[in-house]
Design a protein around this ligand. Structure first.
Ligand code: SAM
Length: 294
């Protein structure tokens, strides 16, 4: 049974009992103070917290004196655990879902449970907070009006390059998660595919002691990072969108041919329309022509 209490610097607070529901609670991406009062209230007062890793989340919960029962929910037990959490929710219990850092479901477990709860008409509330996506984007200096979150790129080199090629002419800012092990290789492909002059920003260790941002052209950032010994930390990569004059006919055709190799003509036209901002109908006509020429 939850104690309904949490502490901030030894001050004790009592949280109201929550409405029975599934709460998707964002937690910090580094700095433990980046958590909302509402998140603390919910975590202190629900019947159970489903954690990606109970030990990792234990550090955060302990820092706020929260003693709520924890259970593990991760990608390997999601199928079975979603069913048992659904039973709890159907019995009128309140459940909070958290991941190791940031917003659950964003490159993190939770999709299966939320879909199941939605299908079963359970009330679902997001308790918003930190996510590396927006912190990386807004501190990059790169346009924020339209953006696309890609998450982690494929680990296999040829698949990674293929994925980047499909994004080469996108007009939106692009947001990726990347590991320090792969970042230099990824940036080499970024330079090749997007061109040495494309503006990018690599943000490392956001909200933490060694937070740092590397901004410039793909060429400049790659040179700066290559000079760092033992590059470590969590990182978000932002790539500026293609400017409009980059969309000449040859590039649109190349994109369509690439997409047509991976999906139906209609889907390829739809994807190309999203990436280029051009009319899907016209792109479909063009893909028919390209298909009959090839
Ligand atoms: N759910 C999380 C969120 O909302 O940001 C993301 C989880 S994903 C498994 C972890 C990846 O997010 C890391 O590999 C890194 O790319 C990015 N990330 C998380 N925390 C970060 C931080 N403090 N600074 C930079 N990137 C971070």
């Amino acid at each position: 049974m939850a104690q309904n209490h949490y502490y901030i610097k030894d001050h004790k607070f009592t949280a109201p009992s929550p409405e029975p529901a599934l709460y998707i609670v964002s937690t910090p991406i580094g700095n433990l103070r980046d958590i909302t009062l509402r998140a603390l209230e919910v975590l202190a007062s629900v019947d159970v917290i489903a954690c990606e890793d109970t030990r990792t989340s234990g550090i955060l919960l302990k820092a706020y004196g929260i003693e709520t029962h924890k259970t593990s929910y991760h990608e390997h037990n999601a199928a079975q655990k979603s069913q048992s959490l659904l039973k709890d929710l159907q019995a009128g219990k309140s459940v909070a879902l958290i991941s190791d850092a940031g917003t659950p479901l964003i490159s993190d477990p939770g999709q299966r449970l939320v879909a199941l709860a939605a299908d079963s008409n359970i009330n679902i509330y997001a308790i918003p907070g930190a996510s590396a996506i927006l912190s990386g984007l807004v501190s990059s200096g790169i346009a924020t009006d339209e953006f696309m979150f890609i998450g982690f790129l494929p680990t296999k080199a040829n698949q990674r390059e293929m994925k980047l090629r499909t994004l080469q002419n996108a007009s939106q800012s692009l947001i990726f998660y990347e590991s320090p092990k792969r970042i230099l290789k990824t940036l080499e492909v970024v330079r090749l595919v997007f061109g040495a002059d494309r503006q990018i920003c690599l943000s490392r260790e956001l909200t933490k002691l060694h937070e740092s941002h590397y901004r410039g052209t793909a060429d400049e950032v790659l040179a700066e990072l290559s000079a760092i010994d033992n590059l470590r930390g969590e990182m978000v990569l932002i790539i500026a969108g293609a400017s409009e004059d980059e969309w000449d006919e040859a590039k649109v055709d190349a994109l369509l041919v690439e997409l047509m190799g991976q999906m139906s003509l209609s889907k390829a036209a739809g994807e190309a329309a999203k990436l280029t901002g051009q009319s899907k109908r016209e792109l479909y006509q063009r893909s028919l022509q390209l298909g009959s020429n090839g």
